[in-house]
Design a protein around this ligand. Sequence first.
Ligand SMILES: C[S@@+](CC[C@H](N)C(=O)[O-])C[C@H]1O[C@@H](n2cnc3c(N)ncnc32)[C@H](O)[C@@H]1O
Length: 243
Amino acid sequence: MRFVLSRLRGRSAGQVLQLIVKNIRHAIAGLSPERRARRIADLAFDRRWGTETSRSVSIHELGIARSRMAQCNRYDPSSAGMLTDPLAALDLDPTAHDFIDYGAGKGRVMMLAMELGFARVTGIELSTRLCEVARANIERFRSQHIGMPAGRVIGADATMFVPSGRDIIAYFYNPFDATVMTVVRHRLESALRHRTGRVVVIYANPEHGAVFDAPGWSHGPSTPGVATFIAGAESFGRQALAA
Ligand SMILES: C[S@@+](CC[C@H](N)C(=O)[O-])C[C@H]1O[C@@H](n2cnc3c(N)ncnc32)[C@H](O)[C@@H]1O
């Protein structure tokens, strides 16, 4: 009880209520047969590669500043289908794209992207603790894949990261609130004004998908629980570079 009270100290009634609703929703979702099947697949991934990506990490265990907690979501791993299903629906070539996982957690999605052969794989993660876990996981994973290029884990707030790839897949598993998402969208638009030809956003559990109902963005195909959004350089006053 003392533990719970210490976690709630300093929060407004609204923030406490928000936290309670979030945790109840998470617990209910965890009971579904689909979620149980996913958990089994998650564990199989870790058993196969000797990684640790399956255990959820609460916001309080992330080791981030209290002032940031209201804006960010806990760590939960994506299941493989959350990435591979939208990629199949989009019908695009991973080798021609850079991949960025915003809120990379323990690196699960980065490893899936590396396995799929993306040109460059980058993960941005706010929690220093999770960055360390992700780096160790990726090292172990790569040691079992001869010649696999390294993935880059950047310990930073997503709002500070300046994307620069030519064609970018930006992956989000509902990592943060609409305010942070809007800043990240502006960063992606800035990339489109400079060097980037096209950005494809894959947004799992798209709680703040409305952020992409913005000029220059269109909706791509959606798969269960995942939305996609697409923007090209031409919508931001630039011709995309020829292939
Ligand atoms: C739901 S997890 C997703 C993990 C991973 N992308 C996956 O799909 O397996 C969300 C992650 O976003 C991170 N996060 C939240 N706010 C962030 C921010 N402002 N900048 C970077 N990472 C953030 C959290 O620490 C957490 O690890």
